[in-house]
Design a protein around this ligand. Structure first.
Ligand SMILES: Cc1cc2nc3c(=O)[nH]c(=O)nc-3n(C[C@H](O)[C@H](O)[C@H](O)COP(=O)(O)OP(=O)(O)OC[C@H]3O[C@@H](n4cnc5c(N)ncnc54)[C@H](O)[C@@H]3O)c2cc1C
Length: 381
């Protein structure tokens, strides 16, 4: 194990790996990633991997569109097929009030170059022929939203980072952070000590624990979210279909399985990764309301992962004001995969003392103390 590094990144998921890649690309020569397990063990390997640009705040629209612009060329740039496909996102409205919100979102999105639009129930059915549209007031649709393979994207970033000189240590746990005079001095790991002045907390569901190692309270918590997958079927529809009302999302993914998930408002804060039959029941009931054709289809798999959440369901990005050298890219809720490319490019620029392509000052840790929460109307709970 190396004795020192310019930057130590804790976590080898999509966020840690992509920050390492962009850091190395920006010219940082001495980057180390510590991963307690293996790449994609965390939320990255357990996620829906949907990529949506239909947000309700300008900052999130910019982060998401900037990421799609990067996703488009990522397979070529990283020399690894990440299976990025732009099948669109169909966002169902369940009331006229919600549809009005979508109209406002669409006009903001269009002003930022995102080609979303409002569609009638009839048009929604043309996009997803098996959709039940009774009682549907309308929906929002963006054809350039999409999906990628999360394992491959994680690995693609990691391998490209390693080619640029990044050191990756799997099965290596960060156990402590040495601080002196409010500054980072080193990271203690299960394999020894690494001297460094900068550490990045990219530990997903364990971000609060990493904060504590540096004496910092980070208001993130983890919550189990489950997914189930059906047997493969012939091609039925392309987009991710979602509802902000029920929290349901559902997409047909290679090789034809329907992948679906939804949150549970009663889920306690925990690191529980077990699968429950209650989820299977509830998920199946909700999915059949909008896709009744799935009634006799078999479920072949289910699993659980952690949303790492903050009080406003928006991430915390950047350096802690009170701890020099302690950076965070945490608290992504259910949307850390889709914005990873742009977020990580921004983090890399901040770590290099360079101007980021998009300002993320509003996502500082200190916004919670100041009571300046980011209110995003289009988040999956
Ligand atoms: C069921 C589900 C569905 C989702 N669907 C989507 C979606 O459709 N689209 C989307 O954009 N996002 C989705 N998300 C969210 C997305 O998965 C996450 O926001 C994203 O993967 C976070 O990436 P990460 O690298 O920060 O975290 P992770 O992938 O969790 O990586 C963190 C890593 O840190 C490691 N680690 C922790 N502690 C230590 C330590 N002390 N030392 C060393 N290593 C440590 C862990 O082992 C882990 O591998 C979903 C999440 C879940 C759970």
């Amino acid at each position: 194990m190396v004795k020192g590094a310019e930057v130590v990144i804790i976590g080898g998921g999509i966020i840690g790996s992509s920050i390492a890649y962009y850091l190395a690309k920006e010219g940082c020569e001495d980057v180390v990633i510590l991963e307690r397990e293996y790449p994609s063990w965390g939320a990255t390997g357990r996620c829906g991997a949907g990529i949506r640009q239909q947000w309700g705040t300008e900052m999130n629209c910019r982060l998401a569109k900037g990421s799609v612009d990067l996703f488009k060329d990522l397979s070529a740039e990283l020399d690894y097929d990440i299976e990025f496909a732009q099948g669109g996102y169909l966002v169902l409205a369940t009331s006229q009030t919600q549809l009005e919100q979508y109209r406002r979102n669409v006009s903001l999105q269009n002003s930022l170059g995102i080609p979303s639009k409002i569609v009638t129930p009839q048009e929604a059915k043309e996009i997803v022929p098996i959709l039940r549209t009774d009682g549907l007031p309308g929906a929002a649709y963006c054809p350039t939203d999409g999906h990628a393979n999360p394992f491959k994207t994680n690995l693609a970033y990691l391998r490209a980072a390693q080619r640029l000189g990044v050191s990756f240590y799997k099965f290596t746990e960060a156990k402590g952070i040495e601080m002196k005079g409010g500054r980072v001095r080193g990271v203690l790991t299960s394999q020894g000590r690494i001297e460094t002045a900068r550490v990045v907390n990219a530990a997903g569901g364990y971000s609060a624990q990493i904060g504590k190692m540096a004496g910092l309270e980070i208001p993130t918590y983890s919550e189990r979210h489950q997914i189930m997958v059906t047997e493969p079927l012939d091609h039925l529809f392309d987009p991710m279909v979602i509802s902000f009302t029920s929290g349901l999302y559902c997409q047909q993914v290679p090789p034809g399985s329907i992948l679906m998930g939804m949150g549970d408002p009663d889920e306690p804060h925990s690191h529980d990764l077990s699968s429950s039959w209650q989820f299977l029941q509830k998920m199946a009931r909700e999915a059949l309301k909008i896709l009744p054709i799935l009634r006799d289809i078999r479920v072949v798999r289910q699993w659980a992962g952690l949303y790492n959440k903050t009080p406003d369901a928006q991430p915390i990005l950047g350096q802690a004001e009170k701890l020099e050298g302690f950076y965070m890219a945490v608290g992504f809720s259910g949307h850390g995969f889709m914005i990873a490319p742009m977020v990580s490019l921004i983090l890399a620029r901040l770590l290099m003392g360079r101007e980021p392509p998009i300002s993320v000052e509003r996502l500082s840790l200190e916004r919670f103390e100041r009571g300046e929460l980011v209110i995003e109307p289009s988040v999956v709970g």
